[in-house]
Design a protein around this ligand. Structure first.
Ligand SMILES: Nc1nc2c(ncn2[C@@H]2O[C@H](COP(=O)(O)OP(=O)(O)O)[C@@H](O)[C@H]2O)c(=O)[nH]1
Ligand SMILES: [Mg+2]
Ligand SMILES: [Zn+2]
Length: 349
């Protein structure tokens, strides 16, 4: 079997180590990567250099969508030797204990925030995921699914467009095929579309509709609350027969932001623009005279809900940045301690 990596956006200007060939990671299970290479799919373990880099920073681990250098050894073992530089990366905060990043998807051209229209879209979640999407460097868009279940899909899409400045907002029904044509340009030859959204939003159903085949398991709906159960447990890159790929992610209901100041600015461009016109550069939008944010709130041009959402995300990012700084300082201190200790050991006769 041969595969044209250019259909997935392979950029031939990447430099590879000697004896290595390029491939794209389609999924990762417990440190074993499934990699699509020009001569077919292989399963590869991680080279020591990647493991030690990842020990210092987990963001260095390969993830779905990564372009990697693959090597086959004389004993037929196959390893991922290097993760090639990422053009874009969707990074979330992993756990509440440490402010450490985890890459959800790499090298995607467009990042779709997927949210169901029915029962009703969660606006706060869309805003949060849009900040994550903008921060990634990919083109963000919002895909509102299950539009067949909404009484007035156009009205819902118009309402969501208000909280998604700069992003395309699409209403789709994978079941009826509505709106899928508008998504086609994002999964064209050489392009990768990532789907970000909660479990049950209809991501896997959408992947199957775009692939024209059942490639991802979808969930049966629970009658009682209309919610789906969690089925997809791994992130996976799925090549589309006519070129391009879709990257499905498991339900990311709660996603923490990390180092996403810029993404937040873009996702809340309307509020950020207002804040930039306040009389004082350090305006807290409380009692200060000439506050453009308060004026917009009073005039009804900015909803209190969106303003509070912006403030909450700003506080979260500031808090995580402080925590990360504290952790890095502690690591640095530990490193110097080790170096001094080693130096003392060496200077002894
Ligand atoms: N009515 C309707 N149901 C859908 C649509 N797309 C997905 N579903 C249903 O929503 C549930 C969750 O879909 P799934 O693709 O597994 O969601 P995922 O968790 O985001 O991957 C399943 O029961 C699907 O049949 C749609 O366009 N219309
Ligand atoms: Mg799924
Ligand atoms: Zn102000």
């Amino acid at each position: 079997m041969t595969f044209d990596l250019a259909s997935l956006g392979w950029d031939a200007s990447h430099r590879l180590p000697d004896d290595a060939r390029p491939g794209r990671v389609t999924r990762v299970d417990r440190g074993v990567c499934t990699v699509l290479c020009a001569d077919g799919t292989v399963r590869a373990s991680l080279a020591g250099a990647i493991l030690s880099a990842a020990a210092a920073d987990p963001v260095r681990l390969p993830c779905a969508g990564d372009w990697v250098a693959v090597r086959t050894w004389p004993d037929e073992r196959i390893t991922v030797e290097a993760v090639l530089p990422r053009r874009t990366a969707i990074v979330r905060r992993t756990s509440d204990k440490d402010s450490v990043g985890q890459v959800l998807a790499a090298n995607v051209d467009a990042a779709a925030v997927v949210e169901p229209m029915h029962p009703e879209p969660d606006v706060g979640r869309i805003e949060r995921l849009l900040a994550l999407a903008w921060e990634s460097g990919a083109q963000p868009l919002v895909v509102l699914t299950k539009c067949d279940l909404a009484a007035d899909p156009g009205a819902v899409a118009a309402e969501i467009a208000q909280v998604a400045p700069g992003a395309e907002v699409l209403a789709v029904s994978a079941q009826r095929g509505d709106g899928l044509a508008a998504l086609a340009p994002h999964v064209a030859w050489g392009r990768t579309l990532a789907l970000l959204g909660p479990s049950g939003a209809g991501k896997s159903t959408l992947v199957n509709a775009l692939a024209g085949a059942v490639v991802m398991g979808t969930q049966a709906i629970r009658r009682a609350d209309g919610k789906g159960r969690h089925t997809t447990t791994y992130r996976a890159l799925i090549p589309i027969p006519d070129g391009g790929a879709v990257l499905d992610t498991p339900g990311i209901r709660a996603v923490g932001l990390l180092d996403a100041e810029e993404g937040l600015e873009r996702a809340f461009a309307d509020v950020a623009d207002l804040a930039a016109t306040c009389r004082f550069a350090d305006c807290r939008h409380e009692e200060e005279p000439g506050c453009a944010v308060r004026a917009a709130l009073e005039a009804g041009d900015l909803t209190p809900r969106r303003y509070e959402s912006w403030q909450r995300l700003q506080r979260e990012i500031a808090y995580e940045t402080r925590r990360k700084d504290v952790r890095l300082q502690a690591e640095q201190r530990a490193m110097w301690k080790r170096i001094h200790k080693e130096a003392r050991g060496r200077s002894r006769p």
